[in-house]
Design a protein around this ligand. Structure first.
Ligand SMILES: Nc1ncnc2c1ncn2[C@@H]1O[C@H](COP(=O)(O)OP(=O)(O)OP(=O)(O)O)[C@@H](O)[C@H]1O
Length: 217
């Protein structure tokens, strides 16, 4: 296995409270992980540190074999790492515009953006929502639009923060059904979650935050 992201040490504290101090965190290329741990263990914080959205003391980080800093967060990581929030925020434009946003920000040509967005909406099963006001989407619809918005960016590392939290029934199953295709497409995926069905997906490895340390299985 080739390491996509490796960190010799990542230490996070809030004020004088140490949240975690992790050694030898290695995320392999094209591999999927669930990140578990009790409420407050620091799962979201760790994902946010990896995404450059929160600061921590980081020693010896390498991405694709090259040394990197996580603060300031480098362009190469910004292009390669996508974080999906537990409660994704939607711009009040339209569903396709939300999915297109990151591609347009990267300067992709309009026809190609349109093509990618159509394909992503079909993948996520949200094409029928194209005319809906994003503010009116249900939790499950919103999560699927957020996954489509992340997937069009073709991330090397996708960080999903409790993608099925607060979902049940069909909405939860529809989100779970999308995850294996993301993994098969070759991205590395880390999902913070408590959801047994995600934890038990085939070929998903386990990372557990416990008492400020990481157990890898
Ligand atoms: N900005 C912040 N300032 C101070 N403390 C924070 C901040 N963000 C998170 N925390 C604290 O850090 C701890 C870890 O929070 P985090 O959200 O990372 O945990 P989690 O494992 O994702 O929990 P959950 O399973 O409930 O989502 C919690 O005690 C939380 O209150």
């Amino acid at each position: 296995m080739t390491a996509l992201l490796s960190i010799a040490r990542v230490h996070k504290r809030y004020g004088d409270r140490a949240l975690f101090d992790l050694r030898d965190l290695v995320l392999d290329a094209a591999s999927a992980y669930v990140l578990t741990g009790v409420n407050g263990a620091g799962k979201s914080t760790l994902l946010r540190v990896l995404a450059g959205l929160a600061q921590a003391d980081v020693e010896g980080a390498r991405f694709d074999g090259r040394p990197v800093l996580l603060h300031p967060y480098p362009k190469a990581l910004r292009a390669a790492v996508v974080y999906v929030h537990q409660h994704p925020v939607m711009f009040s434009t339209s569903v396709p515009a939300n999915i297109a946003y990151g591609l347009e920000a990267r300067g992709m040509a309009r026809p190609l953006v349109r093509e990618r967005v159509e394909e992503a909406m079909a993948w996520a099963g949200v094409a029928h929502l194209r005319g809906h006001d994003p503010a009116t989407l249900s939790g499950g619809e919103r999560q699927r639009v957020a996954l489509a918005r992340a997937r069009v960016l073709q991330p090397r590392l996708l960080l999903l923060d409790e993608p099925t939290a607060n979902l049940d029934g069909a909405a939860r199953e529809q989100v779970i059904a999308l995850i294996p295709t993301l993994i098969e497409e070759g991205a590395s995926v880390v999902m913070a979650c408590h959801d047994r069905d995600l934890i038990n997906l085939p070929s998903v490895r386990r990372l557990k935050l416990r008492n400020g340390s990481l157990e890898q299985r």
